[in-house]
Design a protein around this ligand. Structure first.
Ligand code: NAG
Ligand code: NAG
Ligand code: NAG
Ligand code: NAG
Ligand code: NAG
Ligand code: NAG
Ligand code: NAG
Ligand code: NAG
Ligand code: NAG
Length: 889
């Protein structure tokens, strides 16, 4: 989501003031003429997206949704047309207290549904926690911790009155390591991301909050995701970037984790800013109707990213269910839906069953997570100010009341946050027993990244700077720190309690004093460095969301090289949003240990202290590859568009991250899945058992016809849709379902035309509510695609023995070679975190290999197929340390 927020301190100035003040939207009004960097005149879209209609309607009998749909049907049956429209359309930017809210249904006692960022905690409020990033959490390779994180985040959102937590993230997947928001997601591997997103969703929804899997799909870079935003930094593009993704790559990579999200019962999915094959994601019928709702059988609702809505009728027919934040442009007071959707249903361009389907999907998700009408936790915070009193309708500046109740929802989540960040920390190098530290005589901590931001942990709005230790990256995927324990604070406390001496220099640019310190005898130097990134609406140090390079920030490389030239025991700790280039110094004999601590959240210092001192024996695994050069990845962000319609061809197909390094036979510095421990493990006794599952059956037959829910015929008398009466408490700029006047629909829009310019053209079958054939790869009942894809075909076990002298966790991993000439050498298909194996103890690693795990997407039959090529399973401790293997019979 986007966040052109006013600084919190300035929001008081908004009261009663028009929010069309140009300075608030510099990217829209600024004269960019002198900064235009438009290149060439090409950029004509070549790739197109085939139409797919009608939009699949919900299946009330879908697994896990039966009760929810029974409740939804009862509720939606009582709703009028305009009440249904109210549920589908946001009230406009800053119209209410959450980052997005839809209209209420006062007659039926339904208060507003509250959509709130973010994937790491409740954004834009106080007394809430900041969790480790998704990328750091998934580096634990621990399903229980991923679930626990989701549950705790869900509990905090629920406590604040949030209905939908806008997370977790599987798009970006991480096509390019420079991608600004990769840290918000999990890993550039669909299986790891799929398990990460599914466990997080289960946790959030078990807490009674609807999860929102985002961004669907192809949102792999920040540059050019929105035309207006890119104009603001000097590119005169006319449309958002198009991610051009072929069908096989879509299924085997980018769609895969969303299938897991749907299978986990996710209640909502957010369509993205970008286009896919030159059709905007939020009106792309191939993506929403065909892949998401038909093939995957998604039963929840699709909402737009904030401002990703670009048409009225087209998006409704293409499968969109909710417009966020509801207005055409922030604070325009106009909407593609709202009044327009009311009219479109009355005039028949959007069939009544489609609107009913939207309402049913939204209410089913609401009930599925345990909500009941009338007993929602009241929204007790305000996103636009931390002041206790203020206007409930911030954009209009009216409704003065208590808007922040400052409810402390943190419980004891700090303990969990500390554990996750420690267990997600990856030990990349450790020689001469440099780690764990054991009462070092003299500990010196060097680097700005060990200390605090002089402006405080929340000193930069949406964490849009890289000052002090990097506890959280930037953008809307953030939350306010309740506190941030710096590495300096925690390490100093530990060192002093041990009787060590301790000195820190919390800057990268104090070489005179730093050299004097680290040149002393018996110094153990820990150098903290970082590399940051974030969302495209904030530019930090020239990085427009995406990183402009893969090197450390603020002279980090020089600092490490300088310190290690003087100190033979130099330990490096990296906080980063992805891989950084370490080639210049990683193999120096004086660099005795290297630790990747990701983006750890509020307990940063405690987590890294637990690892450095061995209170937690490291077992995190790198969720991406560490290449020697930027070019070694084979993929990059598109920084210069070739024309007004930027085209990003995913021509590398499935070969990103380790798949690319393996295919091109390059040796990375540290491979995907790599990580050390303070003990050692051996692998043995690989066993493969075939289960004798039934053969795969493509789904056949027809759905039922589209149901209309409720009272039947829609009135065509426009007088029935007017604003209730003169005393109706109309809020300025607010989006309503009503018409202003009945004289004509045209007049009602207050505009020359009242719909999408091209919607006189309705795609064939778009309004057809008759029974539709099932797709072969879909399922009649089970969300996530044909249920037989998840049949277990083989059970694989192996023994993992702790051969060292201390207890520790190990992360055994299973990779498969699908065997074809165009297949990656190996792909991850299973893993586990075997916890707390004592010295000499053996644990059993077990993976259930499913049909999907062994299949390729076949573009001809439009189904998953197990090829005839020989298949091999490998088991080991990383994508390149695979001592055990066996051919599948
Ligand atoms: C995009 O185009 C490619 C190549 O023509 C095609 O394989 C794929 O199915 C299309 N995807 C979408 C979502 O339109
Ligand atoms: C739609 O929502 C608005 C805002 O909550 C509310 O004022 C209005 O009464 C609702 N309209 C209907 C028809 O429920
Ligand atoms: C931007 O490009 C559009 C279409 O290519 C053109 O009409 C417009 O004049 C350009 N704007 C500027 C400021 O150059
Ligand atoms: C209806 O949508 C069109 C764009 O398709 C927009 O220009 C118009 O202002 C909208 N009408 C209302 C009442 O929001
Ligand atoms: C904090 O970051 C901002 C933006 O990156 C920078 O301009 C400013 O100088 C920094 N402040 C300090 C005290 O480092
Ligand atoms: C890479 O970008 C960072 C952050 O903007 C900057 O500090 C660093 O100097 C850049 N590195 C190189 C080699 O230009
Ligand atoms: C590295 O050392 C050189 C002198 O040898 C000094 O000029 C430079 O500022 C130092 N850089 C850092 C980041 O420590
Ligand atoms: C390692 O550190 C020692 C000082 O302890 C220094 O003399 C030596 O040159 C350093 N070696 C390297 C490769 O930097
Ligand atoms: C029906 O209403 C919608 C929404 O205002 C408008 O876009 C569309 O052009 C109208 N169609 C007809 C046939 O009147």
């Amino acid at each position: 989501m986007v966040g052109h927020f006013w600084p919190l301190a300035a929001s008081a100035a908004l009261f009663g003031v028009t929010s069309a003040n140009p300075s608030q939207f510099p990217h829209r009004y600024q004269n960019v003429e002198n900064r235009l960097r438009q290149r060439g005149s090409s950029g004509t879209p070549e790739t197109t997206s085939p139409p797919f209609y009608p939009s699949p309607w919900m299946n009330p009998n879908a697994d896990g949704w039966e009760n929810a749909y029974a409740q939804a049907k009862e509720f939606v049956s009582k709703m009028t047309l305009m009440e249904k429209v109210n549920l589908t359309t946001g009230v406009g930017w800053e119209g209410e207290q959450c980052v997005g809210q839809v209209g209420t249904i006062p007659r039926l006692g339904l208060t507003s549904l509250c959509m709130q960022d973010s994937p790491v905690g409740v954004r834009l409020t106080d007394f809430a926690s900041v969790f480790p990033s998704g990328q750091t959490a998934v580096a634990t390779f621990d399903r229980q911790l991923l679930y626990a994180r989701g549950l705790a985040m869900g509990q905090e959102h629920r406590g604040k009155g949030v209905t939908v937590q806008l997370g977790p993230v599987a798009g970006p997947l991480g096509r390019a390591p420079e991608g600004g928001r990769n840290w918000e997601g999990f890993a550039p591997d669909p299986v790891l991301t799929g398990i990460g997103i599914a466990e997080t969703i289960k946790g959030i929804q078990d807490a009674g909050v609807i999860a929102c899997a985002k961004h669907f799909i192809g949102n792999e870079q920040e540059h050019f995701r929105q035309a207006g935003e890119a104009q603001g930094y000097g590119y005169n593009i006319t449309q958002s970037l198009s991610s051009n993704i072929d069908d096989k790559t879509m299924h085997e990579m980018y769609l895969w984790p969303f299938a897991d999200a749907v299978r986990a019962g996710v209640g909502s999915i957010m369509c993205s800013y970008n286009q896919v094959n030159n059709s905007y994601s939020c009106q792309n019928s191939k993506m929403l109707n065909n892949l998401l709702k038909d093939e995957l059988g998604f039963q929840g609702f699709v909402m737009t990213d904030w401002g990703a809505h670009h048409s009225g009728v087209s998006s409704a027919l293409a499968g969109l269910d909710m417009s966020m934040p509801g207005d055409t442009a922030f604070n325009s007071g106009l909407s593609y839906w709202g009044t327009n959707l009311t009219l479109a249903v009355i005039n028949g361009t959007v069939p009544e069953w489609r609107l009913d389907d939207m309402a049913m999907r939204i209410m089913a998700a609401f009930f599925k997570v345990g909500n009941t009408v009338g007993s929602q936790v009241p929204i007790n915070f305000d996103s636009w100010t931390l002041d206790t009193y203020g206007p409930v309708h911030m954009a209009a500046g009216i409704g003065q009341q208590q808007i922040n109740h400052h409810v402390d929802v943190r419980a004891d989540h700090g303990t969990l946050i500390r554990e996750i960040a420690a267990k997600g920390t990856v030990l990349l190098k450790n020689v001469n027993n440099a780690l764990p530290l054991n009462k070092p005589k003299f500990l010196a901590v060097i680097g700005e990244d060990a200390g605090s931001n002089p402006d405080g942990p929340n000193g930069c709005s949406d964490r849009g700077c890289d000052n002090g230790t990097l506890g959280m990256a930037w953008g809307s995927g953030t939350a306010n720190f309740p506190y941030l324990i710096t590495p300096d604070a925690a390490l100093q406390a530990k060192a002093i309690s041990d009787g060590s001496t301790y000195q820190s220099i919390l800057a990268n640019n104090q070489w005179a004093s730093t050299s004097a310190l680290v040149a002393q005898d018996s110094v153990t130097a820990v150098v903290f460095v970082n590399a940051d990134s974030g969302e495209g609406y904030i530019n930090v140090d020239g990085n427009e969301g995406d990183r402009q390079n893969l090197t450390l920030w603020k002279d980090g490389d020089a600092l490490i090289q300088n310190v290690s030239s003087l100190c033979s025991n130099t330990i490096v700790v990296i906080h980063s949003t992805g891989p950084v280039l370490v080639d210049a110094w990683y193999d120096s004999p004086n660099v005795t240990a290297i630790v990747w601590a990701g983006i750890p959240g509020q307990e940063s210092g405690n987590s890294i202290t637990d690892i450095l001192y061995g209170a937690v024996n490291p077992a995190g695994r790198s969720p991406f590859t560490w290449g020697t050069t930027r070019e070694s990845y084979g993929t990059d962000v598109l920084y210069e568009p070739e024309g007004p319609l930027p085209q990003l061809d995913f021509s590398e197909g499935v070969f990103i991250d380790y798949r690319h390094f393996d295919k091109t036979n390059q040796t990375p510095v540290y491979e995907f899945g790599y990580g050390l421990s303070y003990t050692t493990f051996s692998y043995s006794n690989l066993q493969v058992a075939k289960t004798g599952a039934a053969p795969y059956t493509p789904t056949e037959g027809y759905t039922g016809a589209a149901p209309t829910i409720g009272t039947g015929n829609v009135s065509t008398n426009l007088n029935d849709y007017l604003f209730p009466n003169a005393s109706f408490p109309y809020v300025w700029q607010y989006i309503y379902p009503y018409l202003n006047t009945s004289s004509s629909a045209k007049a009602a829009s207050g505009d020359e035309y009242y719909g999408l310019a091209s919607d006189s053209y309705l795609p064939p079958h778009a309004t057809d509510g008759s029974a539709q054939p099932y797709l072969a790869a879909a399922d009649k009942i089970s969300p996530g695609g044909n249920a037989a894809l998840y049949d277990v075909l083989y059970t694989v076990t192996a023994d993992v023995t702790n051969t060292g002298s201390v207890a520790g966790d190990e992360v055994p991993q299973l990779y498969v070679s699908l065997g074809g000439p165009n297949d990656p050498p190996v792909v991850l298909r299973g893993f586990d975190r075997l916890s707390d194996l004592a010295p000499g103890q053996t644990g059993v690693f077990e993976v259930a290999l499913t049909r999907r795990d062994l299949s390729n997407w076949d573009t001809t039959s439009q189904n998953w197929v197990i090829s005839d090529y020989p298949k091999t399973v490998y088991v080991g401790s990383s994508s390149r340390k695979l001592p055990l293997q066996c051919t599948l019979a």
